[in-house]
Design a protein around this ligand. Structure first.
Ligand code: NZQ
Ligand code: ZN
Length: 380
């Protein structure tokens, strides 16, 4: 096991009817910026619950944050936050609203000439931010309990992640009932995103970290158990609650402590969303089996362990097959052709971007532009 520091300062408030508890956790007598997306919170009672809990406070609203949030839109909120001297941000929605709010929190305090530099440098210079809390309405990204955000730029079709310790939410409210209005497609996306977050921290090579392995495998097994159930019965509280908690634990930094990680599926996936538009999880389901096939020799021991413990199959190849079948059973395509994306063209475009930046991913630092291109060619 490698050395690590574990620090997750986010307080999780989990369960039915918990939104009212934000009142006691947000400072009084400061202007608050309430951020949200395209309006789902107005149709399902969440907006009503949040505004009731905030009654009597000075609240400025910023709605209209779209999936894969754009820097061009976020900068309007930064202006608003500055002009109204906002001192607390409350994000109400899914990963996109939370990520946008993290960027707003950081950019409002940022003194450099161009806030996009926050993304260019992966958040390295972000030392202070306006504190934020969240009310999560879509289990998927783990953004409610980590310091990461992913922001896109319309002008250049880029999508880049950044991280800063000061961006962990102070608190996050997770009321599974607020997710009952999610379309099946978003639930499917959330199951796959959470599953692959676990994989990016687990599917590398054995490194004497049996607890992290068992934690990761238990989240995978739980998603395999409750995922299909929560898709089939969206209002079954028990399975929705387990799914929601699994998605948070998948990326709240716990299972990644002291182990090598491989975020190449995510990094290739972000390029596919930026260039061609499929949703985040849709790109991951296409890319993951390709990364595994390409890296089979290096990941074989861990793939076998996963296959045996999670699926009861003997070989690495069978483990890859079971995973792809699981995604498909949720209604998730696993090939580029499902999105009418030409594999050769995507390979060329993503490969060129990685080579130009230049970046290398994977637990061995060997997934460069050429490797990314080879992976995408496997996924026609
Ligand atoms: O905008 P509204 O109207 O709210 O509708 C949203 C949106 O259209 C809708 N929705 C959310 N909650 C709902 C609901 N509809 C009905 N009922 C509800 N309760 O769902 C749609 C998708 O929302 P979005 O926030 O985009 O989805 P998700 O949570 O999957 O977030 C995806 C974004 O997070 C990034 C992705 O790259 C992508 O940009 N990620 C962030 C990570 C992080 N911060 O740690 C890690 C992830 O790997 C990921 O990269
Ligand atoms: Zn993800």
């Amino acid at each position: 096991m490698l050395n690590f520091v574990f620090k997750n300062p986010t307080e999780i408030i989990f369960g039915k009817g918990t939104i009212a508890q934000i009142d006691a956790r947000i400072p009084r007598d400061v202007p608050i910026l309430l951020t949200y997306g395209g309006g789902s919170i107005k149709g399902n009672g969440v907006y009503q619950q949040v505004t009731s809990a905030l009654e009597g406070r000075e609240v400025v609203e910023f709605g209209g944050i779209e999936p894969n949030p754009k820097v061009e839109v976020c900068l309007k909120a930064v202006e608003l936050a500055r002009s109204r001297q906002v001192r607390f941000l409350l994000a109400v929605g899914g990963g996109s609203v939370i990520d946008a709010t993290k960027f707003i929190a950081a950019a409002a305090c940022y003194e450099g000439p161009d806030p996009w530099d926050i993304l260019r440098t992966g958040g390295r210079d972000v030392k202070t931010a306006i504190p934020l809390g969240t009310v999560l309405t879509l289990p998927a990204t783990g953004s409610e309990s980590n310091g990461n955000a992913v922001i896109s730029r319309r002008a250049t079709s880029e999508k880049l992640p950044f991280h800063a310790d000061c961006l962990f939410p102070v608190f996050s409210v997770l009321d599974p009932e607020t997710t009952y209005t999610l379309p099946a497609e978003q639930v499917r996306n959330g199951i796959v995103d959470a599953f692959i977050h676990v994989m990016e921290q687990y599917m590398t090579y054995p490194c004497d970290a049996p607890l992290q392995d068992r934690l990761a495998e238990s989240i995978l097994a739980t998603l395999i158990e409750v995922g299909p159930r929560t898709l089939a019965e969206p209002q079954d509280y028990a399975s929705r609650a387990s799914f929601m908690w699994s998605a948070t634990l998948a990326l709240n930094t716990l299972i990644g402590c002291g182990v090598p990680q491989d975020w190449s599926t995510h990094m290739i996936g972000h390029e596919l969303t930026a260039l061609y538009g499929p949703a985040h999880a849709e790109t991951l389901a296409v890319v993951l089996p390709g990364v595994w096939a390409h890296q089979l020799a290096k990941k074989e021991a861990k793939l076998r362990q996963y296959g045996q413990r999670v699926w009861g199959v003997a070989t690495a190849e069978a483990a890859i097959g079971k995973t792809e079948e699981f995604f498909q059973s949720l209604g998730m395509p696993t090939r580029l052709s499902a999105y009418e994306i030409d594999a050769d063209q995507a390979a060329e475009a993503v490969g060129r971007r990685f080579t130009e930046r230049p970046v290398k991913f994977g637990e061995h630092g060997d997934i460069d532009g050429d490797a990314a291109a080879a992976i995408l060619r496997l996924r026609a």
